[in-house]
Design a protein around this ligand. Structure first.
Ligand code: ATP
Ligand code: PAU
Ligand code: K
Length: 254
């Protein structure tokens, strides 16, 4: 089996694949000050609970968009799994034709999403990933990764209102009954949820217009389901897209 790991700014998602079957997956908080051994205790316990021994893991692949913790994670897998992790970046074969001005600048999570998206849904394609930041990626009909858009994530947006406006509380991100909110919480929920759905549709439509295409539109990330229900352009929510992309890239480097 192989261990796939996506390190985001908020969460680290780990998955175990047996062939193309995801048998286990877990989510940890990204903690910039945790040590190799602190992460080691966490993953050892998760493996134990799942009845998996580290020796069963043949390989590890990692996408990371938090450079300061890269070193810790590389040591973590050397020490606690006994494997050198493949790291998405220069020297790894992704099979993706990246047309960013500087291909090294594209987030590793966006690259693996694109790899999985093309494989599973075909191109042209737009991928929307609702993470710490929300990213939009456009892949053209030939399967080339052209770029996209980066906007403040839903959590960041809600948090900013609470932090910066004295009378605005921290809210639960759920759908309000009406668009016209008649109390502060309902009004904030309306703004965040419907505003965000409108933003997604607006960007997807502008991408379609810019390239005169009708792309498929796939969403992933923690809050994808919530927004997809209100969006007119998202067709599919695929929560496992990033892990799937890591598995595919691992196989391409086998
Ligand atoms: N119900 C909620 N209420 C408020 N904030 C939330 C809620 N669910 C998630 N968030 C916040 O939204 C942001 C995105 O969370 P999510 O789990 O979707 O991203 P993620 O995939 O872990 O992100 P990354 O890959 O960037 O680490 C985080 O900052 C998270 O704390
Ligand atoms: C945009 C995020 C933070 C989303 O996780 C990540 O993909 C990232 O840090 N990207 C680097 C910048 C870029 O993709 O252009
Ligand atoms: K993400």
């Amino acid at each position: 089996m192989i261990l796939v790991v996506d390190v985001g700014n908020t969460n680290i998602v780990l998955g175990l694949y047996e062939g193309s079957n995801l048998t286990h997956h877990w989510r940890l908080s990204t903690n910039r000050s945790a040590t190799v051994d602190e992460y080691g205790v966490l993953i050892s316990n998760l493996f134990k609970l799942a009845g998996v021994r580290a020796e069963q893991i043949e390989g590890v692949i990692l996408s990371c968009v938090v450079p300061p913790i890269m070193g810790t994670l590389e040591k973590l897998f050397q020490t606690y799994v006994g494997k050198e992790a493949l790291v998405i970046g220069p020297g790894i074969k992704t099979g993706l034709n990246i047309r960013y001005e500087n291909p090294r600048e594209v987030g590793a999570d966006r690259i693996v999403n694109a790899v999985a998206g093309i494989e599973q849904y075909g191109a042209p394609l737009v991928i929307v990933d609702f993470g710490t930041a929300t990213t939009f990626d456009y892949i053209d009909g030939s399967g080339a990764y052209l770029g996209g858009a980066i906007v403040p994530g839903i959590g960041i947006s809600a948090e900013a209102l609470y932090q910066r406006a004295a009378k605005l509380p921290r809210i639960e991100l759920s759908k309000p009954k009406t668009v016209v909110g008649r109390n502060t919480v309902a009004a904030m929920q309306s703004g965040i949820i419907y505003g965000y759905a409108g933003q997604v549709d607006g960007i997807v439509r502008r991408i379609s217009k810019e390239f005169d295409v009708k792309p498929r539109v796939i969403a992933t990330g923690g809050l994808a389901e919530l927004i997809a229900g209100e969006s007119e352009t998202i067709e599919v929510v695929d929560a496992l897209l990033t892990l799937e992309g890591l598995r595919i890239v691992y196989e391409r480097n086998g």
